[in-house]
Design a protein around this ligand. Structure first.
Ligand code: DX5
Ligand code: ZN
Length: 217
């Protein structure tokens, strides 16, 4: 499937989110990191901000829920108009039900795996998801160093996805920059989240073009 670039607004200026969304007209999606001080040791934004962003941009909102009890909250993000809602396998107690609810509300359903979570136990769930997110840092903060240890898992995930028809987006998130993006693409990723590599650049739109070119190379 065609490469998708999803800049993470975690690295943007939270006081100017509409402008920051407008600064990346060439982005495919906008990655929205929801953190709750429980699942991860950081706090960002929640439903009210997603509802406002939905009105401020036409970009699909790629909501990554790093929260406890995602089964309880995820459907509300789909109702708020998110393009995709991704829940963590480590936090969900009923992922099949939650993924089905997200889909029934018209959003893409995503399942996220931390670096130390194996992908194989989720093979039978691939029919329930539209996207598998492999974290390439421990979740919680932007600007961390890319974890190479995830690359073999990414290759195995690509094999599993292809074996099941190839209809699942394979997303990487964390430490993705002009260099690591190529290794992720080579290993089989097709959706690339980048926070600091985009919003830390003097020209965020040019940074997206460069990431896309490297991913398609
Ligand atoms: C980390 C978040 C990421 C973060 C990535 O927990 O899920 O989306 O914004 O930031 P960078 O690209 O700076 O590693
Ligand atoms: Zn994220």
């Amino acid at each position: 499937m065609a490469v998708q670039i999803s800049p993470s607004i975690l690295a943007a200026d939270f006081a100017r989110l509409a402008d920051e969304a407008a600064a990346v007209p060439n982005a495919d999606w906008l990655h929205v990191d929801v953190m709750d001080y429980h699942f991860v040791p950081n706090l960002t934004l929640g439903l009210p901000v997603v509802e406002s962003l939905r009105k401020a941009t036409d970009k699909p909102l790629d909501c990554h829920l790093m929260i406890a009890e995602p089964d309880r909250w995820a459907p509300q993000y789909a109702e708020a108009g998110a393009g995709s809602v991704t829940v963590h396998a480590e936090a969900s107690r009923a992922p099949v039900r939650t993924l089905r609810e997200i889909r029934a509300l018209g959003a893409r359903a995503g399942l996220a795996l931390n670096p130390a979570t194996a992908v194989e136990p989720f093979e039978d769930l691939l029919g329930e998801v539209d996207m598998l997110l492999l974290m390439t840092v421990e979740p919680g903060f932007g600007g961390q160093k890319f974890l190479d240890v995830v690359l073999p898992k990414l290759r195995r995930a690509r094999e599993l996805v292809d074996k099941h028809g190839g209809h699942v987006w394979l997303q990487v998130d964390g430490g993705v920059d002009g260099e690591t993006v190529e290794r992720c693409a080579e290993a089989g990723a097709d959706v690339f989240v980048a926070g600091s590599a985009v919003y830390g650049a003097s020209d965020p739109a040019a940074a997206i073009d460069e990431l896309r070119a490297a991913a398609e190379r």
